[in-house]
Design a protein around this ligand. Structure first.
Ligand SMILES: [Zn+2]
Length: 197
């Protein structure tokens, strides 16, 4: 291969990489919106169907939705791995949720909800198809995690309840205490629900 051909190939490869990056970035933005609404809708239905639309929200409605599956919860200390808050395993009809318990209760609740949302993602075939269309593993992971965070917040502080509470206060710390969630999760809900703007 002469120098010119090599350069042309490099330029072409670079163009392809840039194009893929651009496609991934566009996919990230549109898929985030698409699945944000989808999961919010599903979560509201899960809570309504369970007739347990009351706070603080428990994980019973989610477990009820996945009836036929057994849920087991395990704790661990993440002192040596601060970034690891939780993970899940699906073994036939058994769903195992692992969460770090050496942190405040609201953080533990958020981790459990986050992992349960990964379980929902895992069983959602259409979601898996969309995710696999993303070329970059970094962007793919980013989207999966961001949606699990958002969905966890939607689950723990659903719109109908948050709308009522937001009429009393827009203070994220106070709302967080009401719903037993973190102020960050309360902020996500206020912003995504268009409350207190
Ligand atoms: Zn995660």
């Amino acid at each position: 291969m002469d120098t010119n051909t090599a350069t042309t190939t490099e330029v072409l490869q670079q163009n392809i990489r840039q194009q893929r990056q651009k496609t991934d970035n566009q996919s990230y933005a549109s898929l985030l919106k698409k699945w944000e609404y989808h999961f919010r809708d599903r979560i509201d239905k899960i809570l309504l169907d369970a007739h347990l639309f009351d706070f603080p929200i428990t994980f019973e409605p989610f477990e009820k939705y996945f009836s036929g599956f057994d849920f087991q919860y395990f704790t661990f200390d993440n002192s040596d791995h601060k970034d690891l808050h939780g993970f899940y395993e699906v073994e036939d009809a058994l769903i195992k949720i692992y969460y770090a318990d050496n942190c405040v209760g609201s953080r533990q609740r958020f981790t459990i909800a986050h992992e349960l949302m990964h379980v929902y993602q895992y069983f959602d075939h259409e979601f898996q198809v969309d995710i696999e269309a993303i070329i970059s593993p970094v962007i793919r992971k980013l989207l999966i995690e961001r949606l699990a965070d958002k969905s966890a917040a939607y689950y723990l502080a659903p719109l109908p309840l948050m709308a009522v509470q937001a009429q009393k206060t827009c203070n994220a710390i106070q709302l967080a205490a009401t719903f037993s969630i973190s102020p960050r999760a309360a902020e996500i809900c206020l912003s995504d629900y268009g409350l207190c703007t």
